[in-house]
Write a new protein. Structure first.
Length: 312
């Protein structure tokens, strides 16, 4: 049995993370860290107002970091230094240097570090990776992913997302990070990055759209386009090869279409559950993590280069 604490009781934590921990049979929600104890009242768990207090409890074994991005690195490194295993929300950190320091802390303390890129555990993403390796579309040459929607800070419980000091950036950090990670999962280490970021509709302190182009080994190129100013929702994912095309749109849906086949592979009803299950496997059974700190820092590599090259 793995004793978990969750830092931060926001939207994702209450809808997905905490229920996943509560239903994973080898896990126990041991405690919660929050500045507002009223948020923790519905749960049968210990409550601390600071992480310092929580980490002094020797019964704490795993920490889920569900706070805004600027807290990810310090809270992860502190938890690893206290001998705890850590699963951190995405994106991993504010920049590549922070992400690398998190990986270094995990290595130095010999503790498991995972990042919440849960789309790696989608059955159809796993299957698509198998099919790509089998050459079902020939040699992959181009992949494109989009995530378009409308973000209004007045209607959102996550208004901190438009504060770059807390979030790092806008949709590049919030929604592009997941799609960049999917590309890295399919094609490996990114080699070169170019991008354009701007504000077309919203006058936020962060960008309201970003277009990122990534070059991978073998010549395959990936493009991610994310927007907070579209009232037409899009969640597209397709991969083109020399001998055909693979369609995964919508990425969060069940359908996978490729030359000669069509499969219906829905994700788990709680998108975070397979990720929690995989993390527990890694801790208790020494199974490989789907999204480790070491693999996830490459998304921060891309984001930092996109941000630095892309502001227009």
């Amino acid at each position: 049995m793995l004793n978990w604490i969750v830092i931060g009781i926001g939207d994702i934590a209450t809808r997905r993370v905490i229920p996943a921990i509560q239903t994973e049979p080898r896990s126990r929600l041991y405690g919660l860290v929050t500045r507002d104890p009223r948020k923790a009242a519905p749960y049968d768990a210990r409550i601390w107002s600071t992480l310092d207090e929580a980490l002094t409890d020797p019964a704490v074994e795993a920490v889920y970091v569900a706070t805004p991005v600027f807290l990810h690195a310090p809270q992860t490194i502190q938890s690893l230094g206290a001998g705890k295993r850590v699963l951190c929300e995405k994106p991993m950190a504010m920049n590549e240097a922070e992400a690398r320091s998190m990986v270094q802390a995990a290595e130095e303390n010999r503790r498991t570090l995972g990042v919440a890129y849960y789309r790696r555990s989608y059955p159809k993403v796993q299957r698509a990776k198998q099919l790509l390796a089998a050459g079902v579309i020939g040699k992959p040459v181009f992949a494109e992913l989009t995530s378009h929607g409308w973000f209004d800070e007045k209607e959102s419980q996550r208004s901190w997302l438009i504060d770059p000091a807390q979030s790092g950036g806008g949709p590049l950090y919030d929604v592009a990070s997941h799609r960049i990670d999917v590309l890295n999962f399919f094609f490996g280490m990114p080699l070169r990055v170019s991008a354009q970021l701007s504000n077309v509709v919203h006058d936020y302190a962060v960008e309201d759209n970003a277009t990122v182009m990534i070059q991978y080994a073998g010549g395959v190129r990936g493009m991610v386009d994310v927007r907070w100013h579209s009232k037409v929702k899009r969640d597209e994912c397709r991969i083109r090869g020399t001998e055909g095309e693979m369609e995964l749109s919508p990425l969060n849906g069940p359908d996978l279409i490729y030359p000669g086949g069509r499969e219906n592979l829905p994700p788990h009803s709680n998108l975070h559950y397979p990720m929690i299950e995989n993390f527990v496997d890694a801790v208790l059974a020494k199974a490989p993590l789907l999204a480790s700190g070491a693999s996830s820092l490459w998304t921060d590599f891309v984001i930092e280069r996109a941000r630095n090259s892309g502001i227009v």
